[in-house]
Write a protein that binds this ligand. Sequence first.
Ligand code: TXA
Ligand code: MG
Length: 346
Amino acid sequence: MDRDNPDPASVEEAAAIIVQGGLVAFPTETVYGLGADATCGPAVARIFRAKRRPMDNPIIVHVSCPDEVLPLVQKVDQTAEALMSRFWPGPLSILFRRSRRIPPEVTGGLDTVAIRCPDHPVALALIRAAGVPIGAPSANMSGRPSPTTAEHVLEDMEGRIEGLLDAGPTGVGLESTVVDLSCRPPVILRPGAISPEDLAPYLGEVRVADRSAGPPRSPGTKYVHYSPRARVVLVDGRPELLPPRVAELARHYSERGERVAVLCRSENVDCYQGALTLVLGPGNRPDLVARQLFARLREADLRGVTVVVAEGGFPRRGLGLAIMNRLEKASDEKITVSGGDGHGWG
Ligand code: TXA
Ligand code: MG
């Protein structure tokens, strides 16, 4: 259907499935979600079964406006208020203490709930038509790259869900930023399109959760994520230093009989002649790279690739932070190339 003009009959049909406790995949501005009535424990439990998702990994609740948050939470403080009015609708999920309207299935037993208002006409129309908040993780099989098209959803979910609203490729391509305001300084549990720099004016200091430090605060971060079936070797370092090392690794794995693909910037394609290339987009356009990343990882699987050698080196700010986070999570191994000039590349 048309993103900006959702077909009312299809939306009504999908909403009826949700109200009856069924599962509907739908587009958001980030990735496709797999939705159920967030106030109905058994419906939410079906999401976990369909995705084969561990029950302790909480899902995000989607609302159509900030007012709908009130019955779902204990309280909305001024900071949350400010973030909602600045960034909603948009790719920012905020943690609140949950009220009794949110069943424990949604939160994996935690007393907090992550809520966001998606910036997508089809998602908003679906939530309004259903008349209930919609709990929705990304509509992929657990551990696989998130779906950015309806075709990706079908690859993983065909026969496991009751409905799918197809409005073409999603815009951002990476999942929402998840922020926890309950600690000082507030913590970004998952980087996304709303960057630490975007949040700083509202939060003052803001920390990005470090995977290596202590037990994960966001249960999702402890599981394998975004991974194609292929082994992913990430080569990180200053962008201009990457191609020779990436090409060398691609040759090395090919010689060992692997089916190799190189995940690279469009300007570097010529450096990998003879190799299968999966092109992310221009290195100076993180918006385009983010939009392509998961589709290219899925393409590796469709083409039977066994080793992906991936260019890293995206600056860890703005959307680049989220791109590097997903690349690192998708990878089995990281190699850092240094220029020998003694300077960090940041
Ligand atoms: O962009 C998105 O956020 C997409 C679209 C569909 O909205 N949804 C999405 O959901 O990515 P999911 O379930 O794939 O990722 C939710 C992330 C997980 O890392 C989960 O652990 C974390 O948010 N999360 C959810 N509720 C939480 C909570 N109460 N406390 C800590 N982390 C939470
Ligand atoms: Mg997910």
